[in-house]
Design a protein around this ligand. Structure first.
Ligand code: UDP
Length: 239
């Protein structure tokens, strides 16, 4: 085909922090709008897109706010935070004319559909942007793991992991001038070097399902399309 895309069906993982923009917490409208437009551009090129959004901008299960709380309760609050972010992103996508569905791992039928795998697949076939909310629905997990799980369930060709930098580095590029960006890494290298890309459960899941992870900059305009075409800077993790 003449498509410039390396991957057709993708899961895009965006951390809660990526929605804060210049802020310290919460949701920045301009930032959410920009990301929504990136999704629109990627869809226009023929990509089928589903999203997992984190909740760290609103609540983190291990934050001081959760101190003294039972871990599971704090984690449920974190999952609820991802639902708020999902609704914000859904609105931004609909404002620019895209069709969307939010599917939650925790039933909340007044505000979104429950997650049903076959239904999610059907939405994707119809060209809707599917947003998976409430992570995996289980405490002690992360939205990175949820992203890997849903990517496998949806038969995605790649998991795009948006980060503040343009890939995986040998050291923190913000503090170490000698830090080098990897073009490619194997799942094994990520696990052995304990590189902080995604948590180990997420790496293991993508590895088992043979889904490459593309680590790319979400803060840069054109980042999503660049990751899909391979024209932008990124690190690809695969075997
Ligand atoms: N969380 C959870 N189970 C899941 C996904 C998320 O318990 O399957 C909770 C957990 O407390 C986590 C919070 O939701 O700290 C927010 O998710 P995450 O930290 O992954 O968000 P991100 O860092 O991507 O913004």
């Amino acid at each position: 085909s003449s498509s410039p895309l390396k991957y057709r069906r993708i899961l895009l993982k965006i951390s809660g922090e990526a929605l804060m923009g210049p802020g310290q917490y919460g949701i920045d409208n301009d930032t959410v709008s920009r990301i929504a437009n990136e999704v629109k551009d990627a869809q226009a090129l023929g990509a089928e897109i589903c999203l997992v959004i984190g909740g760290g901008n609103i609540f983190r299960g291990v934050s001081p706010a959760a101190e003294g709380m039972e871990r599971a309760s704090a984690d449920y609050m974190g999952m609820l935070a991802t639902v708020m972010n999902a609704l914000a992103v859904q609105n931004a996508l609909e404002r620019i004319g895209l069709y969307t569905r939010v599917l939650s791992a925790i039933e909340m039928t007044a505000i979104c559909e429950p997650y049903i795998r076959r239904r999610a697949l059907r939405h994707m076939e119809k060209g809707r942007i599917v947003i998976f909310a409430a992570g995996t629905g289980n405490p002690f997990f992360t939205t990175d793991t949820a992203a890997a799980l849903r990517a496998a369930e949806m038969g995605c060709d790649a998991l795009l992991k948006g980060t503040q930098v343009d890939g995986v580095y040998s050291a923190d590029p913000k503090t170490d001038p000698k830090a080098e960006r990897f073009e490619h890494l194997s799942y094994h290298e990520v696990l052995m070097r304990d590189l902080k890309v995604m948590d180990q459960a997420a790496i293991s899941l993508t590895r088992e399902s043979d889904i490459p992870i593309v680590v790319f900059p979400i803060g840069v305009s054109g980042g999503v399309v660049g990751a899909l075409t391979g024209e932008g800077a990124s690190t690809v993790i695969s075997d």
